[in-house]
Design a protein around this ligand. Structure first.
Ligand SMILES: NC(=O)c1ccc[n+]([C@@H]2O[C@H](COP(=O)([O-])OP(=O)(O)OC[C@H]3O[C@@H](n4cnc5c(N)ncnc54)[C@H](O)[C@@H]3O)[C@@H](O)[C@H]2O)c1
Length: 334
């Protein structure tokens, strides 16, 4: 059983902060670390994350401290809650302080650009065998922090760890389901960001709900087809970490990937649109990695290919839509 004395959270952005509030109930103490020391000091003194979660008062037993060793020391779980691009380098830092009994709990959605590795694979390479679980699903931090009913999946190959985390984190507004499909849950959480960019482009072009429903439905199909090459269960994509997360990302005003796509749909160049985003747009790297992989291996992923060509090969959003809509007609295959 996981000790409830202390938990560590790495990353004090929107999700790390909101998740630390969930942990503040079951755990005596929650220590949070971030790369940005100034940000930590502001959080510790103001007791509010003005930058990422304004208006939410932070629980008194959540501390924001700049010493990673102190934050991780004697914590039973270490939660990863920072942008995916920093996973490998940050795991190297974490490894120096990680004890054998400590479990890693991943909240990050994204895959590594050059290797296509998922977070659990990078953990295995950088840390080795360690208790590992991943939370994923339709869970915008802004809504969780306001205690709006949210359902999410906790996946681990260690069934007991998933059950323990489910029990610890479930509340009357945060409902946690377990899964053993770590690969499927990680891929669903990462690849939905490509579809969110496509949905945003559709919004920017002024298209309506027919178009968005087509992107979401054909999009989850495409994600499941891709994931079948990695032995993920196709049923995972019918659940919260699959279609659930895809829906919220494609429709929510909070979704930065959708907002990024919207700017492009309205005519911004992909680089110019990126410079206007204040928060990380993980779907861009994911689209590049997955787009390249599919083109090289001839895997049929038309929406991903359209997003990839729009972001990286100067294809206009209008031309991308035309290409998608005028492909060979065929039966609907699920
Ligand atoms: N925001 C959400 O609603 C939400 C929901 C589910 C999953 N996620 C995932 O959680 C992860 C974090 O997202 P977020 O929205 O909290 O990000 P964010 O942009 O709100 O904040 C990122 C935070 O990470 C910090 N940071 C950057 N590099 C770091 C490093 N190397 N070590 C420690 N801290 C570092 C930044 O200083 C910043 O405080 C992402 O992978 C995202 O996809 C986010």
């Amino acid at each position: 059983m996981i000790s409830l004395k202390k938990a560590a959270v790495i990353g004090a952005g929107s999700w790390g902060t909101a998740f630390s509030q969930i942990l503040s109930d079951p755990f005596d103490e929650v220590f949070v670390w971030d790369i940005d020391e100034k940000h930590l000091l502001e959080l510790e003194t103001a007791r509010e994350n003005k930058k990422y979660l304004p208006g939410i008062s932070l629980a008194p037993n959540v501390r924001f401290l700049p010493d990673l060793k102190e934050v991780m020391s004697e914590s039973s779980i270490v939660v990863l809650a920072f942008p995916s691009v920093f996973v490998r380098e940050t795991l190297k830092k974490i490894k120096k302080h990680l004890q054998k009994t400590q479990k890693l709990v991943n909240l990050i959605k994204g895959i590594e650009l050059n290797t296509l590795n998922r977070v659990s694979e990078i953990v295995l390479q950088e840390i080795g065998e360690v208790g590992y679980a991943v939370f994923s699903g339709p869970s915008h931090a802004e809504e969780v922090a306001q205690k709006m009913p949210t359902a999410i999946v906790c996946a681990s190959e260690d069934e007991q760890l998933a059950l323990d985390l489910q029990k610890i984190t479930s509340t009357d507004y945060f409902r946690v389901y377990t899964s053993d499909d770590v690969c499927g849950v990680e891929l669903g959480g990462s690849l939905k960001n490509i579809m969110a960019i496509a949905a945003g482009i559709s919004d920017g072009l002024g298209y309506g709900s027919n178009t968005k429903a087509a992107i979401m439905t054909r999009g989850i199909n495409e994600i499941a087809r891709f994931a079948s090459h990695f032995n993920a269960s196709p049923f995972t994509f019918l659940g919260l970490s699959g279609i659930g997360d895809l829906i919220t990302t494609c429709i929510s005003t909070y979704s930065r990937n959708r907002r990024y796509g919207e700017l492009i749909g309205k005519g911004a160049d992909p680089e110019e649109a990126l410079s206007k985003m204040t928060m990380v747009v993980e779907g861009r790297d994911t689209a590049e990695a997955v787009g390249r992989y599919c083109i090289e291996r001839n895997i049929d992923m038309p929406i991903t290919r359209a997003v990839y060509n729009t972001l990286f090969k100067n294809l206009s959003p209008q031309a991308a839509v035309k290409e998608l809509m005028t492909r060979d007609i065929k039966p609907e295959k699920i």
